[in-house]
Write a protein that binds this ligand. Sequence first.
Ligand code: G16
Length: 552
Amino acid sequence: ILCSDFLRDTYDSLASNPVTEHEKFVYGTSGFRMHNEKLDIPLFATCLITLLRSIYCNEFIGIMITASHNPPQDNGFKTVEPKGEMLPQSWEKYVTSIANSVKKGKFDEFIANFLNVATEALKETTVEGKELKIIIGRDTRQSSERFSSFCTKFFNNILTATHEKIKFIDYGVVTTPQLHFIVRKHTIKQQTDKFDILNEYFNEFFQPFLEVMSNLKSSRFKKLYIDCANGVGAVQLEKLKEIYSKKTKQIEIELINTDYDDYSKLNVDCGADFVKTNQRLPANVNETLAMDGENLFCSLDGDADRIIFYALDANANFCLLDGDRMATLIGEYFMEKTPKSFWNDLKLGIVQTAYANGNSTSYITDELKLDVKCAKTGVKNLHHDAVENFDVGIYFEANGHGTVVFNDLFMNKLKESNLPELSLFVSLINQAVGDAITDMFVIIAILLNLDIDAKTWFSKYKDLPNRLVKCVVPDRSQFETFDYERRLAKPAGLQDAINHIVSVNNALHKTRSFVRASGTEDVVRIYAESHSVESVEVVVQDVLKAIKAATA
Ligand code: G16
């Protein structure tokens, strides 16, 4: 591979690219993510690490081309493991090192570094006789097709240059969770030929949902409005809606913000991230309809791995039903559908991040009486902690990204316990990764089952007033955190300043604020919550000033 003309030519053309001359690449919260014009080197590194990972695992490895919630001009890549998980954190340094070793006139150093990386990464495995198996998928961004073509060219050239066995499958425009799902499916079924993804996905998750619906016969909701963020969610849901509407008339589906052909509209004034951050309705949602309890509203993000529900109350106040609300609703449902004794030798718990509203955490511990753990931002971290700590691990970031994972102990107990309703419910869940489409059906199934509307769901506890704000700084890599990102180690003195701001605004002991560097955007994020909207505002403004002073 390393001797091929293709690799040399590609290297030379990338290394001479001035756009990225001074750029330090980081495989962040969700892989590489930045302006699309800077991503050629990270993609080259992603293809190389995918080759190594495919040799190491001897199974299919996926590459998803997406920048999810980011603006239209951004893009990104992440690799997907054989069972649908993210790249192990121990390998992130390898791909980061490969990307940062592409420098003008330094091909020999690049090769030496790559060989070191490969030797270390593959030290526990044999290289010979492995078939390289790669899957790719992409979102609807304008730049995604270009990156996808590069992957095709890269892997085809490796094939001709080396005569190695390579199985390369391009699934085209798919949601991120669909790509995770299909990689997992190839591994579990040991299938090397391409699946009909829509068919597999429908049979796996929609079929049980239709069964739930027909068992319940509820008329609680007349219409479900789905804001697709003008992204790939619309492409897939248009197809799924067609199949769905032939099978049931129970809830009518209307898709909003489906203009994925206009690249400039992706995530703009719509989508899960917009709704969560701004705490208001997205574009093209009618206020009167949002006040009607017979309607249910939700927003997906740009690659359909996050979902946020919402409604307006009788006074047109916005009721945000975010990841915290979904986690608590699912927790409550599990408790309701099982006798207490069921959990004698099993642990059910919830994993959140520092962004979880303080009152959601109190509700989990005080009302639901469930264990709760805090993880660092990034579903890869929550997923890990849910698997490690619980037999049934519910994990959600407040931004609507999450799912539920079950271990064999729970699955065996479920089989023995004759709980058909819960068994059917469990089969709705995409355990590979947070999936907006399957999460949507999970939540609807619970609301129908408990016979409650969105506003009743919202009334289960009251959120503390809160705000999430972005701040552009000269160099976000200066910001180092500890304690699950709740405290800053650097820049020096900034955490003391935040502590002081919190303490002078903490009359009711409800105030909390933290700052961390985003792993997906070139900003730092400030989160604040307090007993009143005014107090939150004071904290945010003071923290902003403290950041400016610390980075001046
Ligand atoms: C990605 C990650 C999420 C994370 C979000 C924001 O979401 O998958 O786990 O919460 O980025 O991360 P950060 O605050 O580090 O920018 P998505 O939907 O954009 O893939």
